[in-house]
Design a binder for this molecule. Structure first.
Ligand code: TLP
Length: 347
């Protein structure tokens, strides 16, 4: 199987498994796991922030951030396709008790003047706007890199209105590699960042939430409340250290593979994709013409791919998603393209 469903399917490399075996551990709820402490210090340093917190998943990192930034009844501005709003089980409402204000975006970005219009003024009827959430790279915008100058503009806006910013940086290092902008520069525009170790960086599990010392102290308590206080977590932090220190540069290979696959698919008349829109490792393809020509639905297209050994995911309606990663080689991309061509009925 060539598994292009997500970069979350990556398996830890041998060096990671060895590091897990050899990891020095302690009880992290007592703050005594040296490997976790090292991972947190490394992440904080890489993002130029004071402190970091090792969490179980990207979702937990994002939700702990919202819980820490807000109080129930406050309002959070999000782009309407943001993972934190679209794919996190309504947790912002269920756990933090906040009201989300989804705003339409273009390639993951809400125009700044629209964001400004959405910030609530002083009025007895209004919930206070407390937080803006950004996402870089942006998953549902097809792995789009959010430019630094956009993030800086949002920062200026947030400063003017006394609003905080959380960045869902599940794939921030894909943005770093694609744009050449450092993680520190991106992080300097926001108050907190969540980064995932378990996606393109290939660690088996875990994310980090970074911010000021005080923010992370409060976040640590929310993580505990959510059942995320882990004990000898050094065994899962150890591969995370390898992910951060050795796996970032190779993301360029995934980006090249994604471009290659998208360019190949662009030549297939029944499928619609613009390779120029593929900034990183995510490719969104519209199979609408194939649906119309065959009277079948996108899910049938995915089933046929699967029968021929290629896995991709549904992205809603006639859209499907392919994600390149560590465990898919350039040769396998050629094979996958061949299969896509066969299923789509040639060029
Ligand atoms: N994304 C997954 C699915 O949940 C859709 C994927 O396969 O892409 N932020 C962003 C931008 C993400 O893409 C994801 C995972 C998360 C947060 C959540 O991370 P986890 O899965 O570790 O909770």
């Amino acid at each position: 199987m060539i598994d292009l469903r997500s970069d979350t399917v990556t398996k830890p490399i041998e060096e990671m498994r060895k590091a897990m075996y050899e990891a020095e551990v302690g009880d992290d709820v007592y703050g005594e796991d040296p490997t976790v402490l090292k991972l947190e210090a490394t992440a904080a340093e890489m993002l130029g922030k004071e402190a970091a917190l090792f969490v179980t998943s990207g979702t937990q990192g994002n939700q702990v951030a919202v819980l820490t930034h807000t109080r129930p009844g406050e309002e959070v501005l999000v782009e309407d396709n943001a993972h934190i709003f679209f794919y996190e089980v309504g947790a912002m409402a269920a756990l933090a008790g906040v009201q989300t204000r989804p705003l339409p975006g273009v390639r993951g970005m809400v125009p700044v003047h629209r964001m400004e219009q959405a910030i609530r003024g002083e009025d007895i009827h209004f919930p206070p706007t407390r937080l803006i959430c950004l996402e870089n790279t942006h998953n549902r915008a097809g792995g789009a890199v959010i430019p630094l100058d956009y993030m800086q503009e949002v920062r200026h806006l947030a400063n003017r209105y006394g609003v905080s910013i959380h960045l869902d940086g599940a794939r921030l290092f894909n943005a770093v590699v694609a744009s050449g902008v450092s993680a520190k520069e991106y992080a300097s525009t926001v108050d907190s960042v969540q980064i995932c170790l378990s996606k393109g960086l290939g660690a088996p599990v875990g994310s980090l939430l970074v911010g000021t010392k005080d923010f992370i102290l409060r976040a640590r308590k929310w993580r505990k409340a959510l059942g995320g206080g882990m004990r000898q977590a050094g065994v899962i932090a150890a591969p995370g250290l390898i992910a951060l220190t050795k796996m970032v540069d190779r993301l360029a290979e995934d980006h090249a593979n994604a471009k290659k696959l998208a360019s190949g698919i662009a030549n297939i008349s029944a499928l619609d994709v613009n390779p120029d829109m593929v900034d990183t490792n995510i490719i969104i393809v519209d199979v609408k013409s194939w649906e119309e020509a065959t009277g079948r639905l996108a899910n049938d297209f995915l089933l046929r791919l699967k029968e021929k050994g290629v896995l991709a995911t549904s992205f809603g309606g006639s859209l499907i998603r392919f994600v390149t990663h560590l465990n898919v080689s350039s040769v396998q991309i050629d094979e996958a393209l061949q299969v896509v061509q066969e299923v789509a009925g040639g060029r």
